[in-house]
Design a protein around this ligand. Structure first.
Ligand SMILES: [Zn+2]
Length: 241
């Protein structure tokens, strides 16, 4: 991949964007989100000089999206403070930040109905985002390992390994070696949606493709998977950290 950062004048304002060239890209596309800002992806052989005319073509869309996500000046990573809302296990919770008692060194977290209470050291309070991420990663590990244990016997296969990581394009994946990987932010979704993703990836241990036989198995194991997956699309942009 090759990346370049550029500026363009769109809708009478300066927009900062990034161009990426991908060997796998089939056509020129633009996407906008809070985490990456405005990203234009080009197929490898398309020259960078075509970008300004593409931006003109996409101007109404880009202006609207840059406005929506507040990314005129590039990525807008979320800032967290007391009262910030975030989804955890399908429930919108309000973040409550407290100072850790002086004698305690380690952060503590409590997930309550409607709230996530984090007790942090003074230096962590200055920038809360890493603590929120740490909490979600830990919760994701416990939750996903548990759900894999629950669903594996129903599918009749055990993964060789369960990995929790950060992915921007997929919620889960299954490797040829039988490793299941999940994005830690999946734990923001409701339990039934998490279950559908876990069941989907486990079914790939039987069929490593999206063939009719794969869906036959998934429909049998987890009949409601299609409906509950819609939640991730609806809330996609609220699931960034
Ligand atoms: Zn799949």
């Amino acid at each position: 991949m090759e990346k370049r950062r550029r500026f363009a004048l769109l809708g009478g304002r300066t927009l900062r964007y990034e161009v990426r060239k991908h060997r796998q890209a089939r056509s020129a596309t633009a996407r906008v989100n809070r985490r990456d800002g405005v990203v234009v992806t080009l197929p490898w052989r398309v020259p960078f000089r075509v970008v300004p005319s593409l931006l003109k073509e996409w101007e109404p869309f880009l202006v609207e999206q840059a406005e929506k996500y507040g990314v005129w000046n590039g990525p807008a990573v979320r800032e967290f403070s007391t009262g910030s809302e975030l989804w955890i296990l399908g429930e919108l919770r309000s973040l409550q930040i407290e100072a850790l008692p002086a004698q305690r060194k380690r952060y503590s977290a409590a997930l309550e109905p409607g709230a996530l209470r984090l007790a942090l050291a003074p230096e962590e309070i200055l920038d809360v985002r890493p603590a929120v991420e740490k909490f979600l990663r830990r919760l994701a590990r416990t939750e996903l390992v548990d759900r894999v244990k629950h669903w594996a016997p129903r599918v009749g296969r055990e993964p060789t390994k369960v990995m929790i990581g950060e992915r921007t394009s997929r919620w889960g994946s299954c490797s040829r070696r039988g490793t299941l990987s999940f994005c830690y932010r999946l734990v923001m979704a409701p339990p039934e949606t998490i279950d559908a993703v876990v069941a989907h990836e486990l079914c790939h241990l039987v069929h490593l493709n999206h063939s009719p036989r794969f869906y036959e198995l998934l429909d049998e194991v987890c009949p409601g998977h299609r409906q509950v997956m819609a939640w991730l699309d609806v809330h996609h942009d609220e699931l960034l950290i």
